[in-house]
Design a protein around this ligand. Structure first.
Ligand code: ADP
Length: 559
């Protein structure tokens, strides 16, 4: 056998620190603007950020943190959180971002499971830290992201971040570390069972940042001012804290104020061109803008993902405000980006209605991720836009296994996402449900997301969720749960009639329940598990009705 001929290029490891080093050196004066917990607007540059990240690295090393150890954050989007991203990973420690909206017991579980050495926290979370500290005895120190003047009164002895960082000179070279070393630890929100940890590597983080930056992915640029509404504690804010320094984009961090008015004002004052967040956040922003009668003067594009973007929201952004929506799908286990909705040249020549129908889907896969849909027998299903199946993925930024879990989650080398989807001839992915949320009517599947999207398009509907309700004949039938828009009225009958002609007759929900609010998870998604629990004893009128009123007569093909 002949020896393979190796390439003769520099073997430069792909490290997270190289992203910030690049921005500091080549976009040194580009700004990072943050709404602080202290109330003011803080501004500095990528150059300043790298300097302080180095000071933080020195401070953590002085505290005895070793490469490979986990340092956690409980923080909003802001410049100190960004320093924590780079000041930990930069010397080989692992940045463990914690979602503060989880239940304290879950957070304590996560901190203990991750074996965090230190926890950096925004002062908003001081009361939470007081609850957590007694349950997390192995944490060596709690560091408040504040100067001594802003240290909150609390039972837990806390160090001041500014004092620690201020004691260092920043004269520090990022070490060249093995690109396969761990970079970030992100836990899934654990809607069922305990949260599970996804442990990224430097290599996967940098490759994901490269992929995210491509024009047909997020498409960030040095001409953008980016405001990530998606939290840095939720899957690395979808990679924006890495893609922004890679491309040289200006960063604008909103801190803790995520209401429509605060976001709108910050976007306007900082001339933000690009944003990203989950649909619930945009709901708040769009409501504020409608009521205040204001328009965007600089925003051009926004990524919407984390849960399905209702087509009605997409229309509002595009038609009323001239903002391009990039619908994206991904998950914690995928760092998180998988697909984004952008058209090819050929697709953009088609009739407008066809283009829009494509853009409403979750989009085309990025280079680096491969996907397939499989049936119950594990066999791959056709990409015809009709066949529903379990979505499996693989790629260099997809997990191989969970942190500190021995059993492999993979099936034949693919990661089963738990999502149910179709893929069409254009290779566009359409997520129809999470597998546990699918409504199984007489052996056929009904997409709860599609039914919610129809309801949301009704002017009197503020928010809608569709869940499976027990049915003696069909096993399950859809129940629509609706929050009405303030000042609007709509009846059950009018809402059900609204479905006529928009979905197959047998998909039309059997009943509507009106509620004041819907339960959400810590990441702003509909909490269907809880909703199913609330409506466990709900009796559908169709379940009581006689044979003539049964869904059978409405033509359920599964009959
Ligand atoms: P968790 O909510 O468990 O923390 P993630 O935040 O990683 O997990 O969410 C991943 C899941 O969110 C996906 O598996 C999918 O069900 C859902 N999701 C993400 N983006 C979209 C989207 N654009 N459309 C529909 N569902 C989405």
């Amino acid at each position: 056998m002949t020896t393979p001929l190796l390439g003769q290029m520099m073997d430069v490891p792909l490290t997270v620190s190289s992203l910030l080093a690049h921005a500091a050196r080549h976009f040194g004066s580009t700004e990072i603007v943050s709404r602080r917990i202290e109330g003011d607007l803080h501004r500095y540059t990528y150059r300043d950020c790298e300097q302080r990240a180095k000071q933080l690295a020195q401070a953590l090393i002085a505290l005895g943190v070793e490469p490979g150890e986990r340092v956690a954050t409980l923080a909003w989007n802001g410049y100190r959180h960004l320093e924590a991203y780079y000041g930990t990973t930069g010397f080989g420690a692992v940045c463990h971002t914690i979602n503060p909206r989880l239940f304290p017991d879950q957070i304590a579980y996560i901190i203990n499971h991750a074996d965090d050495a230190y926890v950096l926290f925004d002062t908003t979370f001081a009361p939470l830290v007081d609850v957590l500290a007694p349950q997390c005895p192995k944490v060596r120190g709690w560091i408040a992201l504040a100067d001594t003047a802003h240290l909150p009164a609390m039972q837990t002895p806390a160090l001041s971040y500014e004092t620690l960082v201020g004691a260092q000179d920043g004269d520090y070279e990022w070490p060249a570390i093995d690109e396969r070393q761990a970079s970030y630890l992100c836990y899934t929100s654990g809607t069922t069972g305990n949260p599970k940890g996804a442990l990224y590597s430097h290599r996967s983080t940098v490759l994901h940042a490269f992929g995210a930056s491509l024009p047909d992915a997020m498409g960030l640029s040095a001409r953008d001012a980016v405001l990530p509404v998606v939290p840095m504690f939720h899957v690395n804010a979808w990679g924006i804290p890495h893609a922004a320094p890679l491309t040289g984009a200006k960063l604008v961090f909103p801190g803790k104020d995520l209401d429509g008015k605060s976001l709108y004002e910050l976007m306007e004052s900082e001339r933000v061109t690009y944003s990203a967040g989950v649909p619930t956040v945009w709901l708040g922003l769009l409501n504020y803008m409608r009521e205040a009668g204001v328009k965007f003067s600089s925003l051009q594009r926004t990524v919407i993902g984390g849960s399905a973007c209702p087509p009605a929201m997409l229309r509002t952004f595009e038609d009323d405000y001239g903002v391009q929506v990039i619908h994206a799908w991904g998950m914690t286990e995928m760092s998180p980006l998988g697909t984004l909705s952008k058209l090819t040249w050929e697709q953009s020549q088609r009739p407008l209605a066809e283009q829009r129908a494509l853009l409403e889907k979750q989009g085309h896969v990025m280079y680096g991720v491969d996907m397939k849909i499989v049936g119950e027998d594990g066999r791959e299903l056709p990409w015809d836009g009709v066949a529903f199946g379990d979505l499996h993925v693989r790629g260099p930024w997809v997990i191989d296994r969970y942190f500190r879990k021995d059993d492999s989650p993979l099936a034949d080398g693919w990661f089963p996402t738990g999502d149910v989807a179709t893929i069409d001839r254009d290779s566009f992915l359409h997520i129809t449900d999470r597998s546990k949320d699918v409504i199984k009517s007489g052996g056929e599947w009904i997409s709860s997301i599609d039914l919610e999207n129809v309801a949301i398009a009704h002017p009197a509907v503020a928010e809608a969720a569709c869940i499976a309700c027990a049915h003696p004949r069909w096993t399950e039938r859809p129940l629509l749960v609706v929050v009405k828009r303030a000042g609007f009225e709509v009846t059950r009958e009018a809402l059900l009639a609204f479905y006529e002609g928009k979905v197959a007759k047998w998909w039309i929900p059997d009943d509507v329940a009106f509620v004041d609010e819907l339960p959400h998870t810590a990441t702003g998604k509909l909490q269907k598990l809880k909703l199913r629990d609330i409506f466990r004893d709900h009796v559908l009128p169709s379940a009581l009705a006689d044979e003539a009123n049964c869904p059978l007569t409405r033509g359920n093909p599964a009959a």
